[in-house]
Ligand binder design. Structure first.
Ligand code: E4P
Length: 286
């Protein structure tokens, strides 16, 4: 097995323990895992069940999510992100209650909260309870600044997940957001770790590696492609060439403001929340 000389930690982005096992066989390691409601709804067992026309009760769906996460925890010891249910109306208190339950599922759980007003409020409370966090659906540098400010003093590292592929999908250079957040956080105390997410291709992965992004979550199909290319690494001449993507410029944003004062609205965060809710509910009997 090839020894990979990289500083980034590689996570698997998925909801199927079989993929985690295979990724570990290919790489020789897996440092962590991210899941989300969409990925759980795409698990082969869920799909088969849905094809038979059998949906889950709400309780069964949570139980299934828990089983998947427990199975993954048998394969890897690094952080496994588990996402709380959050729709437009979910209040911080409800998110915290769910986070407190989910964090008991496995010893290495890391709770995903959306970067919304209520999600940030929940994050601010969660760090006081020492709940490890992954702040998800990040599409702007200002959201990343708000996460930094809301989680200041956290004793566990906090992750933030900029969603590269979804910005690319609408013609913006998602990798610029990763670069910008890394640059902005250089002015900080290091308590928030950037986790490149929504990786769609090998180029995203290679560019994130060339930036030494601390954490990168990668779908199994991209890990397989990487293995087929003998785990190619970016050299000093690596040139990320996004096709027709609009650059996202760096903004000077202070990390020292009150977390409530940042403008955290982003349309893609709202759309992302709706999609997670729809995918989760598609599994559940009405
Ligand atoms: C991981 O934490 C994210 O939920 C995932 O990377 C999103 O990927 P997608 O934009 O391909 O759905």
């Amino acid at each position: 097995m090839k020894k990979l000389n990289i500083s980034s930690k590689i996570f698997v982005d998925g909801g199927d323990p079989k993929e985690t096992r295979e990724a570990k066989e290919l790489l020789g390691f897996v440092h962590g895992q991210t899941t989300n409601p969409t990925l759980i709804s795409q698990n082969p067992i869920v799909r088969e069940r849905m094809e038979r026309g059998e949906k889950f009760s709400k309780r069964e769906a949570y139980h299934f999510y828990q089983e998947v996460v427990r199975e993954i925890a048998k394969i890897i010891s690094g952080p496994i992100s588990v996402e709380v249910y959050a729709d437009r109306d979910t209040k911080a208190q409800k998110m915290i209650e769910e986070a407190k339950e989910m964090v008991k599922w496995i010893p290495n759980a890391c709770i995903k909260l959306p970067i919304t007003k209520e999600g940030l409020k929940a994050a601010n409370l969660a760090v006081k309870e020492n709940i490890p966090l992954n702040m998800t659906l990040c599409f702007s540098q200002e959201q990343a600044a708000a996460v930094y400010a809301a989680t200041k003093g956290a004793e566990n590292p906090v992750f933030i997940s900029p969603f590269v592929g979804r910005l690319d999908d609408r013609g913006e250079n998602g990798m610029n957001l990763v670069e910008n957040i890394l640059r902005m956080y250089r002015n900080g105390d290091g308590h928030v770790n950037v986790l490149t997410a929504s990786v769609r291709n090998l180029n995203h992965l290679l560019f994130a590696l060339s930036l030494s992004c601390p954490l990168i979550t990668v779908p199994f199909r991209v890990i397989k492609e990487w293995a087929e290319k003998d785990f190619i690494l970016p050299d000093e001449n690596f040139n990320y060439q996004p096709q027709n993507l609009k650059p996202i410029p760096y903004q000077e944003i202070s990390l020292d403001k009150d977390w409530k004062s940042y403008n955290i609205y982003h349309q893609l965060t709202e759309i992302g929340i709706e999609k997670f809710v729809l995918d989760w509910q598609s599994m559940i009997k009405s």
